[in-house]
Design a protein around this ligand. Sequence first.
Ligand SMILES: [Zn+2]
Length: 396
Amino acid sequence: MSAASVITPLTKRYGESVDTYFSGSPLNRVSFLRNDYTFLSSALTHPTTKFMLMEKLEPAIDTATGTLKYYTYSDVKDAIGNPFEKPESEAVAAWDSSKTAPLMVFLGIDESVKDGVTYGEYSGQAIFALDVTAPTSELATYASTIAELVKKAVDADAPFTLVRRNFVLSPGEAAIYAMARSYLDWNVRNPFCAGCGAPTMSVNGGAKRVCPPTDKGVEKGPCPSRGVVTNISFPRSDPTIIVAVVNSTGDKLLLGRNKRFPPKFYSCLAGFCEPGESIEEAVRREVWEESGVKLGKVAIYASQPWPYPASLMVGAIAEAIPDGEGIHLEHDPELGDAQWFPFPVVQAALKVAEQNNILDFTDTPTELPIKLPPSKAIAHNLIHAVVFDNAHLPKI
Ligand SMILES: [Zn+2]
């Protein structure tokens, strides 16, 4: 859910909410209804409900409109049936690991659509993501119906499209895609129980996997994941920090060039947050390890889900301490270069990057000394917040 645009004491002190690309979903996830199979069954079979198809984690996109290509329940019924006919507890009790089914995830309801599924006080158009990747198991009885769906999408000029470097989707659709991709990817990667190695079962509309106590009616051996509160495996999000670092006089920005980047391509410093570490500590550690710069205050500015596969980029703005601005690249040899750039240099490069919809790692020539990430990347948001909006200065 994105924020309502209202000026309040909090927005006056910290600024308005920032919706980054891949966030700002138009859907209400109604996560508390995921274990209610009466609801899921109504949502699944409702005539307005939409199904996005994903093959190898990439969505079918209509070439003509640049939007997600959706299908109805009648289109996908032969492939998926109705896995929500029985209550979840009965489905778990009837678990048969030899019966495979396509992966499907309930994403939420779009409450702006008035003729969608209604359930108690909740109403809207339901959206599901359906994995149409060809199954590798010879036991998969749904292989041919899934293959037909793939052909249907391709014939309708809606090919499965790599979104990672070509941000064609509108922000709302990008957020729906990001959720679908992360959930499907997590399901694909967790077919077996981490506690006992037995096959796991997708429940909660694809948002949880369990290790059922029986398989084909036969009791399984003991499993540590079937304790009172541990019979669960939930999707993960990996916290990653990314930071715009300002010098102590507030007129230069620290940018780094990864060794893999083409010449002139600079960005904010970033890295994974480690266990037992706060976001602020991770920012200070990563910046020191990669550039040698020592930081004082770290302020969290905005965050961005990055569904490759499940990162949550936490964007920060930070200040270097006056005697900690020296650059030293030898601790962690990840960066090929790091430099302090005066704001006017960064502003000029950012204006060029704003026009770019593609994460351009090609070595296209530029007259400017640096190239920066495109507007859909949180690095761009962070740099913009500092060099154009003075997010590092006191509010007047
Ligand atoms: Zn188990």
